[in-house]
Design a protein around this ligand. Structure first.
Ligand SMILES: [Zn+2]
Length: 231
C-alpha cells in the first residue's frame, strides 16, 4: 500500500500536505484530551490475548442453560459492557474429541459463535476458518453441551482474525478507516510483525488489539512491552 514516490512532497490545493496532516493530528489529539505538542504521540496501546470462548444467542442460552436464563458476570473485559461470564459449555468435535469449560463472553448476541485458536481447533479435529467476528457463513459447527441441555451448532466456529478496536478519534489519529489493515510490530526475544490487523471502529471502543492465544504465544506477548501499531 505504498504511495509511490510522492509521500509528503505534493501539495493539496496550495496547502502543503504535511501541514494538513499536522492539523488533522492536532485535532485528533485535542479530541482525545491529550497535549497537542507532540509529547504524547499516540494513545496508549493495549494488546490482549483472547482465550477460546463462545458468544451465545438467546435461543441457544435457553437450550443450554434453561428457559429465560441469563449470563452472570465473572469478570469485566477491557471493552466497556463486555464481560467473561460464569457460564461455561463443552464443545464436542467429530470423533468425540472435546474441550470442556469453554467460557461464554457476554452480553448475548444475535447469533452464537465460537472462537478457537488453531491449536484448539486441531485438537478437536475441526477445520476453523480465519474470520472477523460475526462473519460465520459457511463455517463448521459442533455439538455443544450445557448444564441443562445440548444442541447441534450448525455453523459458527472460527479462528478470529487479529484485529484492533478503536474509536473514530483514534482512527483519525492513525489515518485509518473501517476495514483497513494495519501492522502490529511486537518486539522482544520472540518478536513478530503481524501484517493483517483488521481495523474495527466503534464510538464506544477503547484502543485495543485482540489476538488469540496461538498468536500471543508465537510472538511472546508476555515477554515485551515493545509493541507498535503501524498504518
Ligand atoms: Zn475484539
Amino acid at each position: 500500500m505504498g504511495c509511490g514516490g510522492s509521500v509528503f512532497s505534493g501539495t493539496t490545493q496550495g496547502i502543503d500536505r504535511s501541514v494538513v496532516e499536522q492539523i488533522v493530528r492536532q485535532v485528533a489529539l485535542e479530541y482525545l484530551g491529550r497535549p497537542a505538542n507532540g509529547v504524547s504521540p499516540a494513545p496508549e496501546l493495549t494488546v490482549l490475548a483472547s482465550a477460546r470462548h463462545m458468544h451465545i444467542c438467546r435461543e441457544d442460552m435457553d437450550i443450554l442453560f434453561g428457559k429465560g436464563s441469563e449470563l452472570t458476570v465473572y469478570k469485566d473485559l477491557y471493552q466497556v459492557g463486555n464481560f467473561a461470564a460464569n457460564e461455561k459449555v463443552t464443545i464436542i468435535g467429530p470423533r468425540s474429541r472435546l474441550i470442556s469449560n469453554l467460557r461464554i463472553l457476554g452480553p448475548m448476541r444475535k447469533q452464537s459463535q465460537i472462537e478457537l485458536a488453531f491449536t484448539d481447533a486441531i485438537s478437536l479435529g475441526i477445520d476453523a476458518p480465519v474470520r472477523l467476528s460475526g462473519n460465520i457463513a459457511d463455517t463448521p459447527g459442533a455439538i455443544i453441551m450445557g448444564p441443562k441441555g445440548s444442541l447441534e451448532l450448525k455453523q459458527g466456529i472460527i479462528r478470529a482474525a487479529i484485529h484492533v478496536h478503536m474509536n473514530p478519534a483514534e482512527a483519525a489519529l492513525f489515518g485509518v478507516k473501517q476495514g483497513d489493515l494495519m501492522k502490529l510490530k511486537v518486539g522482544g526475544p520472540a518478536g513478530i510483525t503481524f501484517d493483517k490487523v483488521h481495523v474495527r471502529i466503534d464510538p464506544t471502543s477503547r484502543l485495543n488489539v485482540h489476538m488469540d492465544t496461538d498468536e500471543a504465544n508465537a510472538c511472546g506477548l508476555h515477554l515485551t512491552k515493545d509493541i507498535e501499531l503501524i498504518k
